[in-house]
Design a protein around this ligand. Structure first.
Ligand code: SAM
Ligand code: SF4
Length: 328
Protein backbone atom coordinates (compact mmCIF):
# COMPACT_ATOMS: atom_id res chain seq x y z
CA UNK A 1 0.00 0.00 0.00
CA UNK A 2 1.19 3.56 -0.79
CA UNK A 3 1.54 5.25 2.58
CA UNK A 4 0.47 8.82 3.26
CA UNK A 5 3.86 10.12 4.24
CA UNK A 6 4.92 13.76 4.49
CA UNK A 7 8.35 15.29 3.86
CA UNK A 8 9.33 14.51 7.47
CA UNK A 9 8.58 10.77 7.08
CA UNK A 10 5.50 11.01 9.26
CA UNK A 11 2.93 8.41 8.22
CA UNK A 12 -0.64 9.73 8.33
CA UNK A 13 -3.32 7.22 9.25
CA UNK A 14 -5.84 9.28 11.23
CA UNK A 15 -8.43 11.46 9.52
CA UNK A 16 -10.77 13.93 11.17
CA UNK A 17 -13.78 14.89 9.08
CA UNK A 18 -15.93 17.88 9.93
CA UNK A 19 -19.45 17.33 8.62
CA UNK A 20 -20.89 20.75 9.45
CA UNK A 21 -19.87 24.17 10.70
CA UNK A 22 -23.28 24.54 12.31
CA UNK A 23 -23.78 24.14 16.03
CA UNK A 24 -26.49 24.24 18.67
CA UNK A 25 -24.04 25.82 21.17
CA UNK A 26 -22.12 29.08 20.99
CA UNK A 27 -18.97 28.37 23.01
CA UNK A 28 -17.04 31.58 23.54
CA UNK A 29 -13.63 30.01 22.76
CA UNK A 30 -14.87 28.49 19.49
CA UNK A 31 -17.62 30.51 17.78
CA UNK A 32 -16.66 33.94 16.45
CA UNK A 33 -19.97 35.59 17.49
CA UNK A 34 -23.74 35.27 17.05
CA UNK A 35 -23.63 36.94 13.61
CA UNK A 36 -21.40 34.18 12.22
CA UNK A 37 -22.60 33.08 8.78
CA UNK A 38 -22.86 29.32 8.34
CA UNK A 39 -21.81 27.66 5.12
CA UNK A 40 -24.63 27.38 2.58
CA UNK A 41 -25.86 23.74 2.27
CA UNK A 42 -24.53 23.41 -1.29
CA UNK A 43 -21.00 23.95 0.06
CA UNK A 44 -21.29 21.07 2.52
CA UNK A 45 -20.23 17.57 1.55
CA UNK A 46 -23.13 15.20 1.02
CA UNK A 47 -23.16 11.78 2.77
CA UNK A 48 -22.01 10.17 -0.49
CA UNK A 49 -19.18 12.64 -0.93
CA UNK A 50 -18.05 12.16 2.67
CA UNK A 51 -18.06 8.41 2.06
CA UNK A 52 -16.14 8.70 -1.23
CA UNK A 53 -13.44 10.87 0.33
CA UNK A 54 -13.20 8.68 3.44
CA UNK A 55 -12.95 5.54 1.29
CA UNK A 56 -10.07 7.05 -0.68
CA UNK A 57 -8.21 7.85 2.53
CA UNK A 58 -8.87 4.38 3.93
CA UNK A 59 -7.45 2.86 0.75
CA UNK A 60 -4.38 4.99 1.42
CA UNK A 61 -3.88 3.54 4.89
CA UNK A 62 -6.16 5.53 7.19
CA UNK A 63 -7.10 3.40 10.21
CA UNK A 64 -9.13 5.82 12.29
CA UNK A 65 -11.77 8.39 11.37
CA UNK A 66 -13.15 10.96 13.81
CA UNK A 67 -16.33 12.79 12.87
CA UNK A 68 -16.55 16.29 14.22
CA UNK A 69 -17.83 19.78 13.43
CA UNK A 70 -19.34 22.27 14.39
CA UNK A 71 -21.67 19.93 16.16
CA UNK A 72 -21.88 16.74 14.08
CA UNK A 73 -25.16 15.59 15.63
CA UNK A 74 -27.09 18.62 14.33
CA UNK A 75 -26.87 17.33 10.78
CA UNK A 76 -30.22 15.79 9.85
CA UNK A 77 -28.44 13.08 7.86
CA UNK A 78 -25.93 12.33 10.62
CA UNK A 79 -26.99 8.68 10.89
CA UNK A 80 -26.87 8.20 7.14
CA UNK A 81 -23.28 9.54 7.14
CA UNK A 82 -22.26 7.28 10.02
CA UNK A 83 -23.97 4.24 8.51
CA UNK A 84 -22.03 4.66 5.29
CA UNK A 85 -18.74 5.22 7.08
CA UNK A 86 -19.29 2.20 9.30
CA UNK A 87 -18.95 0.01 6.18
CA UNK A 88 -15.28 0.99 6.00
CA UNK A 89 -12.62 -1.05 7.80
CA UNK A 90 -11.68 1.73 10.25
CA UNK A 91 -12.11 2.69 13.87
CA UNK A 92 -14.97 5.17 13.73
CA UNK A 93 -15.46 7.72 16.48
CA UNK A 94 -16.77 11.22 17.10
CA UNK A 95 -16.42 14.41 19.11
CA UNK A 96 -19.64 16.06 20.24
CA UNK A 97 -20.98 18.56 22.73
CA UNK A 98 -23.11 15.66 23.95
CA UNK A 99 -26.50 17.31 24.03
CA UNK A 100 -28.11 15.04 21.40
CA UNK A 101 -26.30 11.79 22.23
CA UNK A 102 -29.36 10.08 23.74
CA UNK A 103 -31.09 10.31 20.37
CA UNK A 104 -28.32 8.41 18.57
CA UNK A 105 -26.45 6.28 21.08
CA UNK A 106 -28.10 2.91 20.32
CA UNK A 107 -27.56 3.35 16.59
CA UNK A 108 -23.95 4.39 17.09
CA UNK A 109 -23.28 1.33 19.21
CA UNK A 110 -24.94 -0.90 16.60
CA UNK A 111 -22.60 0.63 14.00
CA UNK A 112 -19.56 -0.30 16.05
CA UNK A 113 -18.73 3.06 17.67
CA UNK A 114 -16.93 2.24 20.93
CA UNK A 115 -15.56 5.60 22.07
CA UNK A 116 -16.92 9.15 22.14
CA UNK A 117 -15.31 12.46 23.13
CA UNK A 118 -17.71 14.88 24.81
CA UNK A 119 -16.94 18.52 25.55
CA UNK A 120 -17.73 19.81 29.03
CA UNK A 121 -15.81 22.82 30.30
CA UNK A 122 -17.37 23.29 33.70
CA UNK A 123 -19.33 21.40 36.36
CA UNK A 124 -21.27 24.52 37.25
CA UNK A 125 -24.61 24.93 35.40
CA UNK A 126 -24.48 28.76 35.51
CA UNK A 127 -20.98 28.86 34.13
CA UNK A 128 -21.97 26.27 31.52
CA UNK A 129 -24.60 28.70 30.31
CA UNK A 130 -22.08 31.53 30.22
CA UNK A 131 -19.65 29.50 28.12
CA UNK A 132 -22.05 27.77 25.72
CA UNK A 133 -24.91 30.34 25.79
CA UNK A 134 -27.22 27.37 26.18
CA UNK A 135 -29.03 25.96 29.20
CA UNK A 136 -28.17 22.31 28.62
CA UNK A 137 -25.78 21.39 31.43
CA UNK A 138 -27.98 18.67 32.96
CA UNK A 139 -28.76 17.14 29.58
CA UNK A 140 -25.06 16.84 28.74
CA UNK A 141 -24.35 15.31 32.15
CA UNK A 142 -27.18 12.78 31.72
CA UNK A 143 -25.85 11.86 28.31
CA UNK A 144 -22.35 11.32 29.69
CA UNK A 145 -23.93 8.93 32.21
CA UNK A 146 -25.75 7.15 29.37
CA UNK A 147 -22.47 6.65 27.51
CA UNK A 148 -20.82 5.25 30.63
CA UNK A 149 -23.74 2.91 31.27
CA UNK A 150 -23.50 1.66 27.71
CA UNK A 151 -19.82 0.86 28.19
CA UNK A 152 -18.62 3.53 25.76
CA UNK A 153 -15.03 4.70 26.32
CA UNK A 154 -15.92 8.26 27.27
CA UNK A 155 -13.45 11.12 27.18
CA UNK A 156 -14.35 14.59 28.44
CA UNK A 157 -12.71 17.56 26.71
CA UNK A 158 -12.19 20.61 28.92
CA UNK A 159 -10.80 23.75 27.26
CA UNK A 160 -8.46 25.29 29.82
CA UNK A 161 -8.91 29.04 29.63
CA UNK A 162 -6.87 30.81 32.32
CA UNK A 163 -9.01 32.30 35.04
CA UNK A 164 -11.91 29.98 34.17
CA UNK A 165 -10.86 26.43 34.91
CA UNK A 166 -8.39 26.53 37.83
CA UNK A 167 -11.04 26.17 40.55
CA UNK A 168 -12.60 23.16 38.83
CA UNK A 169 -9.51 21.06 38.15
CA UNK A 170 -9.87 19.11 41.41
CA UNK A 171 -13.58 18.45 40.78
CA UNK A 172 -12.93 17.17 37.27
CA UNK A 173 -10.15 14.91 38.56
CA UNK A 174 -12.46 13.70 41.32
CA UNK A 175 -14.88 12.52 38.63
CA UNK A 176 -12.12 10.26 37.27
CA UNK A 177 -11.76 8.68 40.71
CA UNK A 178 -15.36 7.54 40.83
CA UNK A 179 -16.25 6.99 37.15
CA UNK A 180 -14.30 5.36 34.30
CA UNK A 181 -14.07 8.77 32.66
CA UNK A 182 -11.03 10.17 30.90
CA UNK A 183 -10.83 13.95 31.35
CA UNK A 184 -8.56 15.83 28.97
CA UNK A 185 -7.62 19.42 29.72
CA UNK A 186 -6.89 21.14 26.40
CA UNK A 187 -4.66 24.20 26.37
CA UNK A 188 -6.57 27.13 24.85
CA UNK A 189 -5.62 27.51 21.18
CA UNK A 190 -5.79 30.55 18.88
CA UNK A 191 -8.35 30.67 16.06
CA UNK A 192 -9.96 33.43 14.12
CA UNK A 193 -12.51 35.34 16.20
CA UNK A 194 -12.01 33.49 19.51
CA UNK A 195 -10.36 36.35 21.43
CA UNK A 196 -7.29 34.26 22.18
CA UNK A 197 -4.35 35.87 23.81
CA UNK A 198 -1.35 34.27 25.42
CA UNK A 199 -2.41 35.47 28.89
CA UNK A 200 -5.46 33.22 28.65
CA UNK A 201 -3.43 30.02 28.18
CA UNK A 202 -3.31 27.89 31.30
CA UNK A 203 -0.39 25.58 30.63
CA UNK A 204 -0.28 21.89 31.46
CA UNK A 205 2.46 22.48 34.03
CA UNK A 206 0.31 25.07 35.81
CA UNK A 207 -2.61 22.64 35.80
CA UNK A 208 -0.42 19.83 37.07
CA UNK A 209 0.70 21.97 39.98
CA UNK A 210 -2.92 22.57 40.90
CA UNK A 211 -3.69 18.85 40.57
CA UNK A 212 -0.79 17.92 42.83
CA UNK A 213 -1.91 20.29 45.61
CA UNK A 214 -4.63 17.77 46.31
CA UNK A 215 -3.81 14.49 44.62
CA UNK A 216 -1.03 11.98 44.47
CA UNK A 217 -0.66 11.46 40.78
CA UNK A 218 0.94 8.68 38.74
CA UNK A 219 2.05 8.97 35.11
CA UNK A 220 0.38 6.60 32.67
CA UNK A 221 2.01 5.37 29.50
CA UNK A 222 1.16 7.49 26.44
CA UNK A 223 0.44 5.63 23.22
CA UNK A 224 2.45 6.46 20.10
CA UNK A 225 0.75 9.41 18.30
CA UNK A 226 -1.21 10.17 21.48
CA UNK A 227 -1.81 13.91 21.81
CA UNK A 228 -2.71 13.64 25.50
CA UNK A 229 -0.16 13.27 28.31
CA UNK A 230 -1.98 10.88 30.64
CA UNK A 231 -2.06 10.66 34.42
CA UNK A 232 -4.08 8.97 37.10
CA UNK A 233 -4.88 9.35 40.75
CA UNK A 234 -3.90 6.01 42.27
CA UNK A 235 -6.81 3.61 42.44
CA UNK A 236 -9.04 5.66 40.13
CA UNK A 237 -11.48 4.20 37.62
CA UNK A 238 -10.55 6.78 35.01
CA UNK A 239 -7.67 9.06 34.13
CA UNK A 240 -6.89 12.65 33.28
CA UNK A 241 -4.61 14.16 30.68
CA UNK A 242 -3.29 17.38 29.23
CA UNK A 243 -3.30 18.27 25.56
CA UNK A 244 -0.26 20.49 25.43
CA UNK A 245 -0.44 22.02 21.96
CA UNK A 246 0.60 25.46 23.19
CA UNK A 247 3.31 24.64 25.74
CA UNK A 248 4.78 21.39 24.41
CA UNK A 249 3.53 20.32 21.00
CA UNK A 250 3.43 16.72 19.85
CA UNK A 251 3.81 17.54 16.15
CA UNK A 252 6.91 15.43 15.51
CA UNK A 253 4.74 12.33 15.90
CA UNK A 254 1.72 13.74 14.10
CA UNK A 255 -0.38 11.27 12.11
CA UNK A 256 -3.45 13.48 11.61
CA UNK A 257 -5.15 15.07 8.61
CA UNK A 258 -8.40 16.98 8.44
CA UNK A 259 -11.19 17.61 6.00
CA UNK A 260 -13.33 20.69 6.61
CA UNK A 261 -17.11 20.60 6.20
CA UNK A 262 -16.72 22.21 2.77
CA UNK A 263 -14.34 19.50 1.63
CA UNK A 264 -10.97 21.21 2.00
CA UNK A 265 -7.98 19.21 3.14
CA UNK A 266 -5.99 20.70 6.01
CA UNK A 267 -2.74 18.94 6.84
CA UNK A 268 -2.66 20.60 10.28
CA UNK A 269 -5.10 22.51 12.48
CA UNK A 270 -2.85 25.57 12.14
CA UNK A 271 -1.71 25.40 8.53
CA UNK A 272 -3.12 28.40 6.70
CA UNK A 273 -3.27 26.50 3.42
CA UNK A 274 -6.21 24.32 2.47
CA UNK A 275 -6.52 22.27 -0.70
CA UNK A 276 -9.91 21.67 -2.23
CA UNK A 277 -10.90 17.99 -2.47
CA UNK A 278 -14.62 18.49 -3.01
CA UNK A 279 -14.49 20.34 -6.34
CA UNK A 280 -12.29 17.72 -8.05
CA UNK A 281 -14.44 14.98 -6.52
CA UNK A 282 -17.58 16.66 -7.94
CA UNK A 283 -15.85 17.05 -11.33
CA UNK A 284 -14.74 13.43 -11.40
CA UNK A 285 -11.11 14.50 -11.33
CA UNK A 286 -8.37 12.68 -9.41
CA UNK A 287 -7.85 13.69 -5.78
CA UNK A 288 -4.84 11.55 -4.89
CA UNK A 289 -2.43 14.14 -6.25
CA UNK A 290 -4.16 16.84 -4.18
CA UNK A 291 -3.86 14.75 -1.00
CA UNK A 292 -0.16 14.13 -1.67
CA UNK A 293 0.44 17.80 -2.46
CA UNK A 294 -1.17 18.81 0.83
CA UNK A 295 0.99 16.38 2.81
CA UNK A 296 4.13 17.37 0.95
CA UNK A 297 3.58 20.93 2.19
CA UNK A 298 3.00 19.98 5.83
CA UNK A 299 5.19 22.04 8.15
CA UNK A 300 7.26 20.37 10.89
CA UNK A 301 5.14 21.82 13.69
CA UNK A 302 2.16 24.05 14.48
CA UNK A 303 1.44 24.79 10.84
CA UNK A 304 4.66 26.80 10.70
CA UNK A 305 2.81 29.68 12.34
CA UNK A 306 4.15 29.81 15.89
CA UNK A 307 6.32 28.02 18.42
CA UNK A 308 5.84 26.74 21.96
CA UNK A 309 6.96 30.09 23.29
CA UNK A 310 3.28 30.89 23.27
CA UNK A 311 3.81 33.90 25.50
CA UNK A 312 5.45 35.56 22.48
CA UNK A 313 2.68 34.58 20.05
CA UNK A 314 0.69 37.44 18.63
CA UNK A 315 -2.85 36.21 17.90
CA UNK A 316 -3.22 38.80 15.11
CA UNK A 317 -0.22 37.37 13.26
CA UNK A 318 -1.84 33.92 12.98
CA UNK A 319 -3.83 33.32 9.81
CA UNK A 320 -6.51 30.66 10.20
CA UNK A 321 -10.23 30.09 9.97
CA UNK A 322 -12.32 29.91 13.13
CA UNK A 323 -12.37 26.55 14.94
CA UNK A 324 -16.02 26.03 14.04
CA UNK A 325 -15.17 26.43 10.34
CA UNK A 326 -12.18 24.09 10.43
CA UNK A 327 -13.70 21.41 12.63
CA UNK A 328 -12.15 20.42 15.94
N1 SAM B 1 -19.09 20.42 18.80
C1 SAM B 1 -18.24 19.36 19.18
C2 SAM B 1 -17.67 19.57 20.56
O1 SAM B 1 -17.80 20.67 21.09
O2 SAM B 1 -17.11 18.63 21.09
C3 SAM B 1 -17.15 19.06 18.19
C4 SAM B 1 -16.42 20.22 17.58
S1 SAM B 1 -15.40 21.15 18.69
C5 SAM B 1 -14.76 22.38 17.63
C6 SAM B 1 -14.07 20.02 18.96
C7 SAM B 1 -13.25 20.24 20.19
O3 SAM B 1 -12.48 21.43 20.02
C8 SAM B 1 -14.06 20.44 21.45
O4 SAM B 1 -13.60 19.56 22.44
C9 SAM B 1 -13.80 21.87 21.83
O5 SAM B 1 -13.83 22.03 23.21
C10 SAM B 1 -12.41 22.07 21.26
N2 SAM B 1 -12.07 23.48 21.04
C11 SAM B 1 -12.81 24.41 20.40
N3 SAM B 1 -12.17 25.60 20.38
C12 SAM B 1 -11.00 25.41 21.03
C13 SAM B 1 -9.90 26.26 21.36
N4 SAM B 1 -9.87 27.52 21.01
N5 SAM B 1 -8.86 25.74 22.04
C14 SAM B 1 -8.86 24.43 22.43
N6 SAM B 1 -9.87 23.58 22.13
C15 SAM B 1 -10.93 24.06 21.46
FE1 SF4 C 1 -20.19 24.13 19.09
FE2 SF4 C 1 -18.31 22.42 19.85
FE3 SF4 C 1 -17.67 24.89 19.06
FE4 SF4 C 1 -18.94 24.58 21.34
S1 SF4 C 1 -16.89 23.78 20.85
S2 SF4 C 1 -19.46 26.10 19.73
S3 SF4 C 1 -20.22 22.86 20.93
S4 SF4 C 1 -18.54 23.32 17.82
Amino acid sequence: MIKLEDSYKRVHDYLRISITDNCNFRCTYCMPDESYEFLPPSHLMTPDEIFQLAKTFVELGVKKIRITGGEPLVRKDFLEIMEKLSELPVELTLTTNGVLIDKYLDDLIAMGVRSINISLDTLNPIKFHQITKRNQFHKVLQNIQLCLKAGILTKINVVAVKGEVEKEIHSFIHLTEIYPLHVRFIEFMPFDGNHWDSQKVLSASEMMQIAMEHYEVVKLKDEVHETARKFQVKGSKGSFAFITTMSNHFCFECNRMRITADGKMKNCLFDKNELDLLTPLRNNEPILSVIRESLKNKKPFLGGQFTNEFEKTDAHAIVNRSMIKIGG
